[in-house]
Design a protein around this ligand. Structure first.
Ligand code: NAD
Length: 256
């Protein structure tokens, strides 16, 4: 379905980004991976799916790096047709104790990076009259939790940016939508499980059960594979008129 299209997936060396990159690759898209840590095994996983793949190490908190990532994708594959703004970090702390540099990093990586990637890929998408921009927000783009001020502010902002991007391009073939996952068991969430286990003297299993029980009625994690399938749908022609949506996949979290 996506043969000949090129997708940039930011923060795709791990977790949800890697799941989405694999799902797009399985549909034939060329993939530009990005993120920190080991990138050889994610590259190998994409190649094994028969897709072309390239990696760029841009730090998504740095506008110059972001411009280099987009230029790299254009040089490697000619166009950028799909943009998945996924890179993100978390920090959990009350506002009065929240380290100001963590606030700045979370806003830069989880929100401002999507403004930069979007403004850089839009002209090419509009010229070809086809494009898909998918912003990985969160249930925290729709509702709040205590001790996540920067994350909740950034994700609400990302949902807002999604709507504006969708509206500004509503008469074109370029769509923009957000995906809002509940809990997904990735390194980002494992750190929160570990912190809970340590603070409360619980085992990993007990802490996981407590984490799910607090917020997610299904008591189940959403998986990167399920989120990948939703991203593939949003890239399909069936989703041509899905615009400006913030689509939760959250086990009922925001239905409460
Ligand atoms: P993860 O920690 O597994 O992956 C994050 C990715 O972002 C990694 O590839 C990492 O290297 C990359 N990254 C971090 N800082 C970066 C930077 N400065 N520049 C470039 N890449 C950077 O986390 P995840 O859970 O897969 O999260 C992916 C996205 O999904 C995030 O935006 C997160 O907020 C969102 N999300 C996660 C959950 C969850 O429960 N895990 C729920 C809702 C939303």
């Amino acid at each position: 379905m996506l043969k000949g299209k090129t997708a940039i997936v930011t923060g795709s060396t791990s977790g949800i980004g890697l799941g989405i990159a694999k799902a797009l690759a399985a549909q034939g898209a060329n993939i530009v991976l990005n993120g920190f840590g080991d990138y050889e095994s994610p590259k190998g996983a994409i190649t094994a799916l028969g897709a072309r793949v390239s990696y760029h190490p841009a730090d998504m908190s740095k506008p110059d790096d972001i411009a280099a990532l987009v230029a790299h994708a254009q040089e490697a594959f000619g166009t950028v047709d799909i943009l998945v703004n996924n890179a993100g970090i978390q920090h959990v702390s009350r506002i009065e104790n929240f380290p100001t540099e963590r606030w700045d990093s979370i806003l830069a990586i989880n929100l401002t990076s999507a403004f930069h990637t979007t403004r850089l890929v839009l002209p090419g998408m509009l010229q070809r009259n086809w494009g898909r921009i998918i912003n990985i927000a969160s249930v925290h783009g729709l509702v709040a939790s205590a001790e996540k001020s920067a994350y909740v502010a950034a994700k609400h902002g990302l949902v807002g940016l999604t709507k504006v991007t969708a509206l500004e391009n509503a008469t074109s073939g370029v769509t923009c939508n957000a995906i809002c996952p509940g809990w997904v068991l990735t390194p980002l969430v494992q750190k929160q499980v570990d912190a809970k286990a340590q603070q409360m003297g619980l085992t990993n299993t007990e802490a996981t059960k407590l984490l799910l029980g607090e917020k997610e009625p299904s008591q189940q994690f959403t998986t990167p594979e399920e989120l990948g399938a939703l991203a593939v749908f949003l890239c399909s022609s069936a989703a041509d008129n899905v615009r400006g949506v913030a689509w939760n996949m959250d086990g009922g979290w925001t239905a409460q």
